[in-house]
Design a protein around this ligand. Structure first.
Ligand SMILES: [Cu+2]
Length: 173
């Protein structure tokens, strides 16, 4: 192969240069928005993430239930932890354990993890969504500010009975 002689390409025109510059500036703005929005956006949780194992998390959930259980709800333990407590929610094909009874305007650290496959935590009717991943303990600082009953719906397809995977959070005045 022989290279063409001389200046065979056309130098970038003014419009091309403007376009490349504009694109680059826009890229940088979007790039800066990612960290900026994490702190300013309000919708991004600053959670605590830690490693765990399904067995360790299950044991922690069992301990949590034993400590604060106040009854049952449709066969699931009903747990009323004190304000400020670390609270635990276990995702498993195809249920959420336990049913949490929380106080309005009290703060908690909600630990989410799965003991089998990936699940999705979706709080209805409030539109809050988090990934629930086996092997990771995702600790969210939460302060429920609306009283009522909320459903937790799995929004990550997790098998044949995925549609049955509904849990509950009760927030009392
Ligand atoms: Cu699921």
């Amino acid at each position: 192969m022989v290279a063409p002689t001389g200046n065979w390409w056309l130098p970038a025109s003014l419009q091309e240069k403007k376009w490349v510059t504009l694109s680059f500036v826009w890229c940088m703005i979007l790039f800066a928005m990612m960290p900026l929005w994490h702190f300013r956006g309000g919708q991004n949780p600053s959670g605590i993430r830690g490693k765990t194992t399904p067995a360790a998390f299950r044991a922690r959930v069992d301990r949590f239930i034993k400590e604060y259980q106040v009854g049952t709800d449709h066969g699931y333990p009903l747990v009323a932890p004190p304000p400020g407590a670390d609270i635990y929610l276990q995702a498993q094909m195809w249920s959420w354990t336990p049913v949490l009874k929380l106080k309005k305007n009290a703060s908690y650290t909600l630990h989410l993890s799965s003991v089998d496959v990936n699940h999705g935590f979706s709080l209805y009717p409030v539109n809050l969504n988090f990934q629930v991943v086996p092997g990771y303990d995702y600790g969210l600082r939460i302060t429920p500010n609306i009283a009522g009953e909320f459903n937790i719906i799995c929004n990550e397809f997790c098998g044949i009975l995925h549609h049955n995977m509904v849990g509950k959070v009760i927030v009392e005045e």
